[in-house]
Design a protein around this ligand. Sequence first.
Ligand code: SF4
Length: 333
Amino acid sequence: MTRPNPTDRRVGITTTVPSEVIFAAGLVPVDLNNLFMSAPRPEALVEEAEQAGFPRNCCAWIKGIYAACRREKVRRLVGVVRGDCSNTLALMEVLRSEGVETIEFAYPHEPRPELVAGAIESFAASLGTTTEAAQRQRRRLEPARRLLAEVDELAGARGTASAADAHLWMISASDFRGDPESFERDLASFLAPLRAAPPRPGSLPVVLAGVPPIKSGLFAELERLGVRVAYDEMPYEFTMARARSMPLETMYAEYIYPYDIERRVARLREAARSRAARGVIHYVQSFCYRQIQDRLLREGLGLPVLTLECDRPGPLDAGAMTRLEAFVESLRR
Ligand code: SF4
């Protein structure tokens, strides 16, 4: 294996991990999902991965992450080996075979703070740092997480920020774009004019549940249909805003994504109730095991649910647009 260049402090991540530990180790997290989606042509990265041997019937997020890692020459990667996606394990094997150093992080089976504390301790040890140093980083990131809570409030509850902008800010909480202080400054500037702004058009509140959509045009289409995304589930989870003032082990035990569907459904129900949502759009990624949970989500939410499945990056196709329109029309009726 080629050792990472000691002056290259970047560490690729494939999903939300305790970034406080990475910062505490003097390293810089880089969320490969965000690199993938911010590429000029994300679909080209999916094709690159397929040319490198990834099957067509494999999740496009995994393929995009792989190609982003290669393109950006990221030589060190944290992979979540429990609590995320089994595809990540194979991705790590492939990247290891290409000389990338891989580091494991495992969420525990249950969201109990004492178990999460053990996971954080092992992760810190593998990066040569300590939980105490990571707890100090938690305090460093707290002001940015507080602003992210405000983004959710302004977009979801008051409708003064656009759902697309809010989504981008919230998903960036996985790595704070590598520089938490500059992230915080930019976010404060973004929020300043919105605090007194009137609500944007879009009167129909819905919850957007599921993994982040791979389709760039979804938010524009929802806005065109007069829909307000009252709660953007996973991006809000990525912000850790809910338990931002708590110790790391509590904060990451409150994070829903790695754990069971029952708690997730209960949280979604509560968010839908508090934001008066009329329906739920459940985004599912083609070839993702989480699609199996769609039935449980439908049964548990007690609201109309549209399951929207997409495969590759790019604009929404005509079929998806028609289904969205029909769903919105049915909610209005
Ligand atoms: S969308 Fe599903 S299959 Fe794809 S990376 Fe995420 S969890 Fe894994």
